[in-house]
Write a protein that binds this ligand. Structure first.
Ligand code: ASP
Ligand code: CP
Length: 361
């Protein structure tokens, strides 16, 4: 990662125009922000995955859980979710509870003073007056970046965690996806060299956009983008993969890719972004997994989904050991705890506790 740069030293216009891979250097400072997948290095991902597992193990015993609750007991987090969420909201909230942070929330802008005409910018500035961290989901792409930039130009810059912005980024989901892949492939050589298959609405799926880039940090990957043509992955992501030298295949032939997949990452049609119900006219019937496919999928394949699902994964396969999406969801709580702790620079205290007490697996 390039040397640290300061958001307060750059105009919004200049910052906005930067390529994603150059923006990351502005988020590493004090406080660090988590805004885009492109700000992560492989070393950082590995550090977070290790810490997530340690927090999980420490938390298993009551003394450990009580210790974790002291780590951020002097901090408060604001959860601002201007779009619906179950997992991301709850897992961030649970991660805060594990670390002893108190939380406040606005889950619906219609209950905040935005209704009285307050701008989203002023609303977030208001939240930052009472909180030490803002965890936010917003329908407007790039708005979390705007908030971080704006706060850097006020006297109170608190860290911002992007919990999903528009259809462009969902970096903390990509973190839990990386953690899930790392755990799934622990005994088969880790993530390097694997074939990861993305299926569904890749055009508007922000989880795919963030995760695809993070996978460029691993060696000899091949990514497969399997979707009907109108829902295919954006050229901007393919350009990033090209620049990173990551191999990929773009296809609509799911059946031929299933047997070679090490991970299959299913996604739902993101029809909340439809202008007039146009995605209901697209035939997505061959972009699903059911019990009839399980014989051709390898024994070690991890079947993932950021959730919520609709029909793209049949509930018949939920108890197959390859169906890791429920574990994937729970992993979100641990990796988000690791991220929040690291954001406040208190990870050494958890690592020290782990080394001293060596809690079992
Ligand atoms: N929950 C994920 C997101 O918010 C995926 C989805 O909604 O389909 O992006
Ligand atoms: N995966 C995910 O972001 O789920 P929610 O939309 O329920 O938060």
């Amino acid at each position: 990662m390039a040397e640290e740069k300061k958001l307060r030293d750059i105009s919004w216009k200049e910052f906005k125009a930067l390529p994603l891979t150059e923006k990351g250097a502005y988020f590493q400072g004090d406080p660090p922000h988590t805004l885009i997948a492109q700000q992560f290095t492989r070393a950082k991902l590995e550090e977070l995955c290790t810490l997530a597992t340690r927090i999980k193990r420490i938390n298993k015993r009551r003394e450990g859980a009580n210790f974790l609750k002291t780590l951020l007991s002097d901090k408060r987090a604001m959860l601002y979710f201007a779009q619906p969420s179950s997992r991301t909201y709850l897992s961030h909230n649970a991660a805060c509870q594990i670390l002893g942070l108190d939380t406040m929330d606005v889950r619906d802008s219609s209950t905040s003073s935005e209704v009285k005409g307050e701008s989203p910018e002023d609303s977030v500035r208001t939240f930052s007056s009472y909180a030490d961290m803002i965890i936010m989901r917003h329908p407007k792409g790039g708005f979390a970046e705007r908030v971080a930039w704006m706060m850097a130009h006020t006297g109170r810059e608190v860290p911002v965690l992007n919990a999903g912005s528009g259809s462009d980024q969902h970096p903390t989901q990509a973190l839990l996806d990386i953690y899930t892949l790392a755990r799934s492939f622990e005994d088969i050589g880790g993530i390097d060299g694997k074939h990861v298959v993305f299926v569904g609405d890749l055009q508007r799926g922000r989880t795919v956009r963030s995760l695809a880039w993070m996978l460029t940090l691993y060696k000899d990957m091949t990514l497969y983008f399997v979707a009907p043509e109108p829902l295919q992955i954006g050229q901007d992501i393919l350009d990033l993969l090209d620049a990173a030298g990551t191999k990929y295949v773009v296809t609509d032939d799911f059946a031929s890719i299933m047997p070679i997949a090490d991970a299959i990452y299913m996604t739902r049609i993101q029809d909340e972004w439809d202008a007039a119900g146009e995605s209901s006219t697209i035939d997505t019937s061959s972009f699903r997994i059911g019990a009839e496919h399980m014989d051709i999928i390898k024994d070690t394949t991890a079947i993932m989904h950021p959730l919520p699902r609709r029909q793209e994964i049949s509930t018949e396969i939920d108890n197959d050991p390859r169906a890791v999406y429920w574990r994937q969801m729970r992993n979100g709580m641990w990796i988000r705890a690791a991220l929040i702790l690291t954001t406040f620079g208190r990870q050494d205290e958890a690592n020290q506790y782990y080394d001293d007490y060596k809690p079992g697996t």
